[in-house]
Design a binder for this molecule. Structure first.
Ligand SMILES: [Zn+2]
Length: 110
């Protein structure tokens, strides 16, 4: 099914591996599985012009994180403290978890 292979979840710690934001580290704020994109905290800021009006906006320019393609992101292993390739492992209770291919650490948020 489309969107099932995105591999990232909210609150994952990731590093940007390509593009102008290369090397930046941040937490995933939101994922868009249908677009294969994710919004990463403090990464890929864009300036956005807003019009006056509405309850929240006075108009002007706001800076906001723009979604970045997930192929540019890699999960960071807390143990290796490096971006790592992610494998999957089935636990005794039948749950599948993401694991670090380097050290075997389970990479799920608690
Ligand atoms: Zn690791």
């Amino acid at each position: 099914m489309k969107g099932q292979k995105i591999g990232f979840k909210k609150n994952d710690k990731v590093m940007v591996m390509a593009g102008k934001e290369k090397g930046k580290v941040g937490k995933i704020l939101k994922v868009f599985p249908e677009k294969d994109r994710a919004v990463v905290e403090k990464v890929n800021y864009i300036k956005k012009h807003t019009r006056p009006g509405g309850k929240t906006s006075k108009g002007g320019i706001i800076e906001k994180e723009a979604p970045i393609h997930v192929s540019n992101l890699m999960l960071i292993c807390a143990k290796c403290t490096d971006p790592v390739r992610v494998g999957r492992r089935r636990l005794d209770d039948g749950k599948t978890v993401r694991v670090c291919r380097k050290c075997g650490e389970i990479l799920e948020n608690k």
